[in-house]
Ligand binder design. Structure first.
Ligand SMILES: Cc1ncc(COP(=O)(O)O)c(C=O)c1O
Length: 390
């Protein structure tokens, strides 16, 4: 018996990082503080739950449109016009099972074996797995560490070959917390246009930005609509990670090929959940603002305390729910530091190297998954750990 298919064995054996190590300790009933997984700590707002329950009670239980409910796609189109400066038709939207499903569909529809995708590093690990599963080859282009992990157009340009098909970015960026400026995005767009490349833009954190930083969708830049896949989800800002719903927006010429993937893997997303998603977009937004304000409070707590720790410097993330402190002064590899913090402090963080070699010397600290007081306890323990290193 031949098992599994070559594309499975050929793809990276990327692990779930610290999540697995933490699960082993949790199985021994050790109370761990989770600063690793990007899971919102808030409950989904009640109006979203109510709309979903009403749809279910009202009989929205049968097959629906493959692209997603028309009312939801219209609401998404209105939102993209309002917030993202994107004029997208309702037939240029596909509702997906979270951003995870959207990116899988794009890579599957776009890549032939050996096609290269330039991934900005540090990267989101799932993108590596999915590019490889689709038969593509990952080519890493480091972000400019000295400029707060800004986009480095020269690094991208240097990696373009005749096999390059696509550039993949995450904006606002996980794990660095950077919100790319219009000028940075324009430098990437210029390269994509000149070499006639596709662009996948993962915008799952678009609403979680702080201090007046403005999220810009790269598809809104001149010449980009016809080469961009703009990917969004209800996951983070609406605290709907378990609901599994998001969407992709792309030029109409791309939609039939994308539907060939999504129609065959899930047919379409659960119809009554789509009613909750519509309420998320069109209902009151005050709860979202409150949740982002609380994330900001936790961000400030983490950044301030980490900068006081011996040998640690921590830039202020402009968006997302992640800080990416520099712990290189310990002289230890990031993975060792993350392992020791887990063992000694019972605090779970992620090594910067989980996001590629460009993350060496860093830890990723999620401030979105635990309440303020638990984060405070974690920071007290980490302060003692770093004090012991000096
Ligand atoms: C950059 C990035 N993309 C995608 C996802 C997954 O999104 P979803 O849960 O909507 O599939 C995450 C989750 O942490 C993420 O950080």
């Amino acid at each position: 018996m031949k098992w599994p298919a070559e594309r499975i064995s050929a793809s990276s054996p990327k692990s779930f990082g610290m999540y697995e190590k933490a699960a082993r300790l949790a199985a021994q009933d050790i109370d761990l503080i989770h600063l690793e997984v990007g899971m919102p700590s808030f409950d989904t707002p009640q109006n979203i739950k109510d709309a979903t329950i009403a749809a279910l009670q009202g009989g929205r239980v049968h097959y629906g449109d493959f692209r997603g409910n028309i009312e939801l796609r219209r609401a998404i189109a209105r939102r993209l016009a309002r917030h993202n400066d994107l004029a997208v038709g309702e037939d240029e939207i596909v509702v997906t099972n979270g951003l995870t499903h959207a990116s899988y569909a794009v890579f599957m529809a776009a890549l032939d074996p050996g096609d290269e995708v330039i991934l900005l590093e540090p990267y989101y690990p799932q993108h590596v797995n999915k590019i490889e599963l689709a038969g593509g080859r990952v080519v890493l282009a480091p972000l400019d560490r000295a400029r707060g992990f800004a986009i480095d157009p020269a690094a991208i340009e240097a990696r373009i070959t005749p096999r390059t098909r696509m550039i993949c970015l995450v904006n606002p960026a996980n794990p660095t917390g950077r919100v790319y400026t219009r000028a940075e995005l324009a430098s990437l767009a210029e390269i994509a246009i000149r070499h006639d490349l596709l662009v996948l833009s993962d915008e799952v954190y678009e609403q979680i930005v702080y201090d007046g930083h403005r999220h810009v969708s790269i598809a809104a830049l001149p010449g980009m609509r016809e080469r961009c896949f703009s990917l969004f989800a209800f996951t983070k800002a609406y605290a709907m990670d378990g609901w599994r719903i998001g969407w992709l927006a792309a030029h109409e010429k791309f939609i039939p090929a994308l539907l060939k993937i999504t129609m065959n893997d899930v047919a379409h997303v659960n119809v009554f959940i789509q009613e909750g998603a519509r309420e998320a977009l069109e209902g009151p937004q005050t709860r979202i603002a409150e949740m982002v304000a609380e994330d900001k409070r936790r961000r400030d707590q983490v950044v301030q305390r980490m900068n006081q720790m011996s040998g640690v410097t921590c830039e202020t993330p402009q968006g997302t729910i992640y800080a990416f402190p520099d712990i290189s002064a310990t002289g230890k590899p990031a993975q060792q530091v993350a392992d020791e913090i887990l063992e000694r402090c019972h605090v779970v963080t992620e090594a910067g190297t989980f996001y590629g070699a460009a993350g060496e010397g860093r830890l990723r600290v999620c401030f979105g998954a635990e309440p303020h007081d638990r984060i405070a306890t974690a920071l007290d323990r980490m302060a003692r750990y770093f004090a012991d290193q000096s």
